[in-house]
Write a protein that binds this ligand. Structure first.
Ligand SMILES: Cc1cc2nc3c(=O)[nH]c(=O)nc-3n(C[C@H](O)[C@H](O)[C@H](O)COP(=O)(O)O)c2cc1C
Length: 175
């Protein structure tokens, strides 16, 4: 049985929504990840930092920018022992500084991705995927990168149709 995993990084708390700072209970990427789970039935794995970024948006931007500048690999918690059972990994993340958040690189460097398919989905506020696909390939060694999808974070609640057609596209390609 080919098992599929949705691994995602997301941050709740304070974030920008159409020009205003607002507190949210569930981050944008997590909203998308849950929708994807409902569509695919895949297992869900949150990528959690040992020392999470601040709930303050401003502080979070400073911390994330510092991690980006220093090529940091922040420590993660609650990772599975391996990803042996999974052949397809949907990898979700917000665009931070034009690419994936550094904890996502920690995740990618923690496992053997040989022969596994990575399908990236990203939420953003205008930057799209940025350079995330190149960076995923450099850290997720051996992975086969498949077509990704970029969703505007503040529109995460309205992405059902886009997600469905993205997921469907993989089945049409295989026929
Ligand atoms: C630290 C930080 C850096 C960000 N950098 C970018 C960026 O470079 N480009 C962009 O389009 N959006 C950027 N954003 C906006 C997020 O990608 C967007 O709000 C995303 O949906 C947040 O996802 P989350 O709620 O799952 O954490 C940034 C947000 C944060 C907090």
């Amino acid at each position: 049985m080919k098992k599929r995993l949705i691994a995602y990084f997301s941050r709740a708390d304070e974030n920008y929504f159409q020009g205003d700072l607002k507190y949210v209970e569930v981050g944008n990427t997590e909203i998308v990840a849950r929708k994807l789970q409902a569509i695919t039935g895949a297992d869900l794995l949150p990528i959690r930092m040992k020392a999470p970024y601040s709930s303050s948006y401003k502080e979070c931007v400073e911390q994330a920018r510092k991690d980006f500048d220093t090529h940091a690999r922040p420590e993660l918690i609650d990772l599975p022992e391996n990803l042996r059972d999974y052949t397809v990994i949907y990898l979700g993340f917000p665009n931070y500084c034009g690419t994936v958040p550094m904890p996502v690189l920690t995740f990618l460097e923690s496992f053997d991705f040989s022969g596994k398919k990575i399908r990236p989905f990203c939420t953003h506020e205008g930057g799209g995927m940025g350079t995330s696909e190149t960076d995923i390939m450099q850290s997720g060694l051996g992975a086969i990168l498949e077509m990704g999808v970029a969703i505007v974070g503040s529109q995460a609640e309205e992405c059902d149709e886009l997600l469905k057609s993205w997921v469907d596209s993989f089945y049409h390609h295989q026929e």
